[in-house]
Ligand binder design. Structure first.
Ligand code: FAD
Ligand code: FES
Length: 306
């Protein structure tokens, strides 16, 4: 395989000869994008659709942003070219006792560098936190659906804790499209405001709060008059703890503001085969990894939350 294909995720698609893989690589990359609200970022080759496959990439950097919060940057041209806001990637440990991947929201993309921000909560995230620049890691992605950013609207990105990465990617995408004025980041933290500087690259309007001051609903309540006076349509994108998202759903529904929620259910495979991640929706049980992670409050039946 030529060096140009070292980072190509199609190199594991079964049933393709080496020359066919090489020939299909760039074409598949061009076709592999995701329509907003569609399924995972499938690769289409000769009319058949494949998931991007697991591949090995180099680590660019691993930095501690806060106590127990890590920023991990990988070099992955495929994910960098295809990831849409709210899509996630599976990272794999090299430990045979931990075969299941760990899913993480894609946070920022610069050139072919893709960053993740995660909390160290268990053995897998602890292992990732000990990686160093130059190490290699197995990754699969981008996976899942994306936020719909098509509306001409003022977007309120409302995140709690480690729910901020997909919202940062949404802010980066809106910034890339020259829509910075449409973005307000409202982040709630336990203590340190560790993601303000990162999202501050994409919007000047960052209103964050820690638990000594209140929570994101406190900020939304304070914005009530401002939101009522503005002429822009408002859309809320949110990710974080479920009680926080349900409170936002209720707050928004009382004001007829549309919402899109990024769910972070426990996952096994991350691409639709194990059924670990199902949630109840008004359309029946859905897989968060494949049918989501983005759902509206209406789909989740959260509109009547108090
Ligand atoms: C779509 C999605 C995006 C996510 N994005 C982020 C992010 O940007 N930053 C961040 O800090 N965390 C994120 N998470 C949560 C993150 O995946 C878990 O914290 C992580 O998998 C825990 O791994 P562990 O080995 O340290 O913990 P363990 O508890 O040892 O994990 C055991 C198993 O449970 C799964 N698991 C445990 N907690 C979760 C969880 N909350 N969600 C899904 N699977 C879990 C693991 O994947 C693993 O298979 C996301 C989860 C999902 C589903
Ligand atoms: S995580 Fe396996 S089906 Fe969703």
């Amino acid at each position: 395989m030529s060096p140009n294909h070292e980072n190509c995720p199609h190199n594991e698609i079964s049933g393709l000869s080496v020359s066919a893989r090489d020939a299909s690589c760039s074409e598949a990359s061009r076709q592999g994008g995701l329509a907003h609200g569609g399924g995972s970022s499938d690769v289409v080759i000769d009319g058949a659709s494949y998931l991007p496959s697991r591949h090995t990439v180099p680590i660019v950097s691993v930095d501690m942003l806060d106590e127990g919060v890590v920023q991990l940057v990988i070099r992955d041209r495929y994910i960098a070219e295809h990831a849409q806001p709210a899509q996630f990637a599976n990272l794999y440990t090299h430990d045979g006792l931990r075969l299941m991947p760990r899913p993480f929201g894609i946070c920022e993309i610069h050139g072919d560098e893709v960053s993740f921000v995660f909390a160290i909560v268990g053995a897998g995230t602890a292992q990732f936190s000990r990686l160093k620049a130059g190490d290699r890691i197995d990754v699969l992605g981008p996976l899942g659906t994306s936020f719909d950013l098509d509306a001409s609207a003022r977007y309120l990105l409302v995140g709690g804790g480690l729910g901020v990465p997909p919202l940062i990617q949404a802010a980066q995408e809106l910034h890339r499209e020259g829509r910075t004025e449409q973005v307000t980041a409202i982040f709630g933290y336990r203590r340190n405001h560790f993601a303000d500087a990162i999202v501050g690259r994409y919007t000047e309007d960052v209103r964050s709060i820690d638990e000594t001051e209140g929570n994101v609903i406190t900020v939304l309540d304070r914005m009530e008059d401002e939101l009522a006076q503005g002429s822009d349509r408002i859309v809320i994108l949110s990710c974080g703890p479920t009680p926080m998202m349900k409170a936002i759903a209720g707050w928004a529904s009382r004001r007829s503001i549309p919402t899109q929620f990024n769910l972070e259910e426990r996952m096994g495979c991350g691409y639709g085969t194990c059924v670990v991640c199902v949630v109840d929706t008004i359309h029946g049980r859905k897989k968060v990894c494949l049918d989501g992670p983005v759902f509206t409050a209406q789909e989740l039946g959260w509109e009547d939350e108090k």
